[in-house]
Design a binder for this molecule. Sequence first.
Ligand code: SF4
Ligand code: SF4
Ligand code: FES
Length: 242
Amino acid sequence: MSPLSTLTPRVKTLKINGLDVSASEGEKILDVARQNGIQIPTLCQLDGLTSVGACRLCLVEVKGTPKLLPACVTSVEEGMEVTTTSERLVKYRQMILELLFSERNHICSVCVSNGHCDLQGMAQAHGMTHVRFPYLYPQQGVDASHRRYVMDHNRCILCARCVRVCDEIEGAHTWDIQGRGGDAFVITDFNQPWGESQTCTSCGKCVQVCPTGALSEKGKSVAEMTKKREFVPYLTLMREEL
Ligand code: SF4
Ligand code: SF4
Ligand code: FES
């Protein structure tokens, strides 16, 4: 084997929605679909951050596999036949969204992210008109101890974008997720108030990547609290090039 052949990524050929596509070994279904103009809905995934497969909104069907697989963390395989849209997928995506709405207290009309929230936008895009599951109405707190930012646990969907951007881009690792399942929640440092954090640099990256109104800036009105995320892939690229 020549030294070059070990450096050349192995090419995989597969079908997505009946379209013949090729990909490099290790590439994820989501990326390959996007490269070929096929959009798959996502919530926890964000370009520039590692994918963790937390929200399950990107589920796709793979022929020969009874389970639905998350496209953001599933690598392509030779001969794979992927379907990204079907009645079954629409049903599951709607159900996932409804479960997210029922799990915490998402009352859009009084949320700082009303009108520019990824969860709300995804629900609208999927024709979600009501929630078929019982609302849990958990008693969630609000941490307003940081001088610039607020954390409202009622709006958190546990996507871990804040955890990843703070660790992978800012390098502070202020955020973590404590607990499991429905009892999980994000914490700063060792579950100290955010305002007392010894690691937080107040850079605001976590606020910008949060898909909902869980993280917001103090003193910003609903119209002003739009989020900017373009910096994540840029900073990731710059870091790789150094
Ligand atoms: S403001 Fe910056 S350092 Fe502080 S928690 Fe958010 S991402 Fe981490
Ligand atoms: S605070 Fe925002 S970014 Fe962090 S896990 Fe919750 S929803 Fe995701
Ligand atoms: S985007 Fe794939 S699991 Fe959330």
